[in-house]
Design a binder for this molecule. Structure first.
Ligand SMILES: [Zn+2]
Ligand SMILES: [Zn+2]
Ligand SMILES: [Zn+2]
Length: 330
């Protein structure tokens, strides 16, 4: 869309210069010719990351929650907020990152963003781990739903074994609804000559699978998608180092701060609090901070409300909050 708008602006130029142009037809022809010369690549061939959801696994509003955070959401006419997910598009092709319980709507949005809404499914699905918000959307590929044929599902080895050996997922494998593609840590998967994806291991509650984030490398830019991780200091890498290598970092912002869930021991569900991430990065230059987009927000997280003081605080500190529909050029 950005490229289309640029073209329209460029298109005005010859019309103003060439006063002798006498018919609107010749203006249009010249304009079209100029567009071809300036930009032979169709707008949809650019590589883009699209944010398709921003909420923690269980969605928003949250099951059983009648507290302040969710009570007005149940009766709200505003569109429901979808579970954390991104997609990548290039030349009408598309790939999904995580199969969430909201996958049907997210695939529809992805195919539309790719300029290919006639296609039924993306060309592949990358999975971070086996927690409900990140893989259970695969159920929609089975015979009760899409009846997909060999949709590639990219997984790490332990997640692959989990899907192959546990129902109902094993049925998707047996019926060839999905074709499992095993990834290796930090080994890039080339999707096109200008697009590749590398899984990067992170510490998390790995009951059924390992957990990864993804580095997504387009023709000119790189994005980190890391929706779930335990505390930053449990990782054998430094967030600052990764940040230096990428242009965007969509990172775990499940909770804004400690004590957010009264009565629950938050050490059982370790995530980097947004406050901790901001403190960790506070001395970095503004350009580095601006790469950060907070995603995977729990229903208790005040960043779900753009009018909250917490949201303002994050923006004033130089960071971003990921929003559904956001498009980042790769
Ligand atoms: Zn999650
Ligand atoms: Zn709630
Ligand atoms: Zn998780």
């Amino acid at each position: 869309m950005i490229r289309l708008l640029t073209n329209e602006a460029e298109c005005v130029l010859p019309v103003e210069i060439n006063k002798r142009t006498t018919t609107s037809l010749s203006v249009m022809l010249k304009c079209a010719l100029l567009l071809l010369l300036l930009d032979p690549v169709p707008a949809f061939s650019q590589t883009r990351l699209v944010v398709l959801g921003t909420v923690q696994d269980a969605g928003y509003p949250h099951i059983g929650c009648e507290k302040e955070c969710c009570k007005n959401q149940w009766n709200s006419t505003a569109p429901r907020r979808l579970v954390s997910c991104v997609g990548v598009t290039e030349a009408g092709r598309s790939w999904l990152f995580d199969a969430t319980p909201d996958m049907p709507a997210q695939i529809k949005a992805l195919l539309t963003a790719a300029g290919n809404p006639a296609r039924r499914l993306p060309e592949g699905i990358f999975l971070t781990h086996a927690h409900i918000g990140h893989y259970t959307g695969l159920m929609y590929l089975g015979r009760e739903a899409a009846g997909a044929h060999k949709t590639p599902a990219y997984t790490m080895p332990r997640l692959k074994t989990f899907l192959e050996s546990n129902g109902p997922w094993e049925q998707l494998v047996k019926l060839d609804n999905i074709a499992l593609r095993e990834m290796q840590e930090e080994k890039p998967v080339a999707l096109t000559p200008t697009l590749q994806v590398s899984p990067i291991r992170v510490p998390h509650r790995d009951e059924y699978s390992e957990t990864v984030g993804f580095i997504i490398q387009g023709p000119t830019k790189k994005a980190l998608f890391l929706p779930d991780i335990d505390k930053w200091n449990h990782w054998n890498k430094k967030l600052e180092d990764i940040l230096a290598q990428v242009d965007y970092a969509l990172v775990d912002a499940t909770f804004f701060k400690n004590g957010e869930i009264p009565g629950r021991d938050m050490s059982e569900i370790p995530h980097p609090f947004v406050e901790e991430t901001m403190a960790l990065l506070q001395n970095l230059p503004p350009a580095e901070k601006a790469k950060v987009y907070f995603i995977h927000l729990n229903h208790t997280n005040p960043l779900l409300n753009p009018a909250s003081p917490a949201y303002r605080e994050v923006l004033q500190a130089g960071f971003h909050v990921a929003e559904e529909g956001m498009v980042l050029e790769l």
